[in-house]
Design a protein around this ligand. Structure first.
Ligand code: FMN
Length: 195
């Protein structure tokens, strides 16, 4: 692996572990930005589910706004901000849907309650009556009494393969500069910019 990419991943991992050890609310939460083919941007919070040299994985409903946008423009940006660390990390890259086998693996590792919720939520569809959701939850529980719920076809993972990773330390009393790792034709580069 390119040593500069490794350095960026290590730096991310160090911050992530610091956030975990500080018991921050949920260090895996990030803002995910996508765009449609007309250039209309959207942003929302999602959870990071896996991170390694292959990329940064999140899960969603394929029929959601972001699911549709990622069909049009398979590229996204992630923004993590851990307030107590005063650290922001922005990651950009192309996005690919995981294989069914990979998504199944993540699905099985989730809690039963999370899986029931994903079954009943047709994300971003109009909801005339919130009680409908409670009814659907009952139906799903009745359909799978042993608790082993298969992955719904609309739920899948995506992997963002980074080509930009930017670290920004948000403390004006302790200016450190903005460290920018970027994948160029010749490989990864590292630049220190003013914050
Ligand atoms: C803390 C937090 C974590 C969330 N995690 C996810 C997630 O991992 N996947 C997901 O699809 N939506 C997640 N959501 C809901 C999204 O923010 C969003 O409302 C939903 O995915 C629909 O977005 P879209 O219509 O832009 O696609 C989360 C929301 C919050 C507040």
């Amino acid at each position: 692996m390119d040593p500069l990419f490794q350095e960026a991943l290590d730096r991310f991992e160090t911050l992530y572990q610091q956030a975990v050890s500080l018991k921050l609310d949920d260090p895996s939460v990030m803002a995910l930005a996508t765009s449609d083919a007309k250039g209309n941007p959207s942003v929302r919070m999602v959870n990071l589910r896996q991170r390694d040299e292959h990329g940064f994985v999140f899960f969603t409903n394929l029929e959601s706004g972001k699911g549709q946008q990622l069909v049009e423009i398979p590229r996204a940006a992630m923004c993590f901000y851990w307030h107590r660390l005063a650290e922001q990390v922005v990651i950009k890259g192309n996005v690919q849907q995981l294989s069914d086998e990979q998504s199944d693996g993540f699905w099985q590792a989730r809690s039963h309650e999370q899986n029931v919720a994903s079954w009943v939520s047709h994300m971003s569809e109009p909801l005339t009556n919130p009680d409908e959701l409670k009814e659907r939850i009952k139906e799903v529980r009745a359909e799978y009494p042993d608790g082993r719920i298969p992955r719904p076809p609309h739920w899948a993972g995506y992997r963002l393969k980074p080509d930009h990773i930017v670290f920004w330390h948000a403390d004006w009393r302790d200016l450190k500069g903005r460290i920018t790792f970027q994948l160029k034709e010749t490989g990864w580069t590292r630049e220190l910019l003013t914050p």
